[in-house]
Design a binder for this molecule. Structure first.
Ligand code: NDP
Length: 246
């Protein structure tokens, strides 16, 4: 059919580093036109250029998922969306509930919860118009199991998990799938650094107990696999963790 020959478009939020960048590469290799979205436009611009240089289809768009006007402008700039990868997020600081910083709890809630809600809301009309839409939420094992010193992040990721479940109920019967991927420990450039306010030694110590953490590419493989299942197959929740992580 005519529709089948059109290039499918995948939006990846937080495509400037880590899991988002790796997922964008995988989806571009799978034949999607990838829309790389993040605040650090120089990074997504360079990645888009690199992908185009390899004969793949990619564009970079500025996006701050916590900013209503930014999300509105972003959505207005897209004609068509078939896949939305809600990957932007992360842990900002880590401490006990007793000693934690409320401003950091708020920031984690804004990006990991309200960011997912905002971007999904803005793109749902386009995902519906696609006729075969997919929304993916990048949560975490922290979305399912708490850990000490992680209260703010654990709460936010539990929120992201529930958003995926709620969306699946609300969209049941429509041609839009809702996938959640919950990774365990992934060694990415910045995740642990942000968690420890840029302290590289403490960040490195996170990975000491797990000899071989996942790579961003390991998670990107699961993104590409779940997204490329036939349209009637919904992978609800895929938990992926290093073998050595309890
Ligand atoms: P990175 O810190 O490498 O990537 C985070 C990405 O999110 C960056 O591209 C960043 O882009 C983007 N981002 C952050 N805030 C915003 C914002 N307000 N608007 C738009 N983009 C934003 O970490 P990871 O790749 O490790 O994390 C990706 C996702 O995977 C996150 O949701 C994280 O919670 C989750 N995860 C990570 C795990 C890990 O161990 N690393 C484990 C389980 C889940 P920019 O700063 O340019 O805006």
């Amino acid at each position: 059919s005519e529709a089948a020959t059109e290039q499918r478009i995948a939006v990846i939020t937080g495509a400037s580093s880590g899991i988002g960048a790796a997922s964008a590469r995988r989806l571009a290799e799978a034949g999607y036109l990838v829309i790389l979205a993040a605040r650090r436009v120089e990074r997504i611009g360079a990645l888009a250029e690199e992908l185009r240089g390899a004969g793949l289809a990619a564009r970079a768009h500025s996006l701050d998922v916590t900013d209503a006007a930014s999300v509105r402008d972003f959505a207005a700039g897209l004609e068509r969306v078939d896949v939305l990868i809600n990957n932007a997020g992360g842990a900002i600081g880590t401490d006990t509930v007793e000693n934690g910083d409320p401003a950091e709890w708020q920031a984690m809630y804004d990006v990991n919860v309200v960011g997912v809600l905002r971007v999904t809301q803005a793109l749902l009309p386009k995902l519906r118009a696609s006729g075969d839409g997919t929304v993916l939420v990048m949560s975490s094992t922290a979305a399912l199991t708490p850990y000490e010193n992680g209260g703010g992040y654990v709460a936010a990721k539990h929120g992201a998990h529930v958003i995926a479940e709620t969306l699946r109920l609300e969209l049941c019967g429509e041609p839009i799938r809702v996938i959640e991927i919950a990774p365990g420990m992934v060694r990415t450039e910045e995740f642990a650094l942000n968690r420890f306010h840029g302290d590289a030694d403490r960040a490195a110590s996170v990975y000491a107990g797990v000899p071989q953490p996942l790579t961003a590419e390991d998670v990107a493989d699961t993104v590409a696999w779940t997204v490329t299942r036939p349209p009637h197959v919904n992978i609800d929740l895929l938990v992926v963790r290093p073998r050595a992580q309890a």
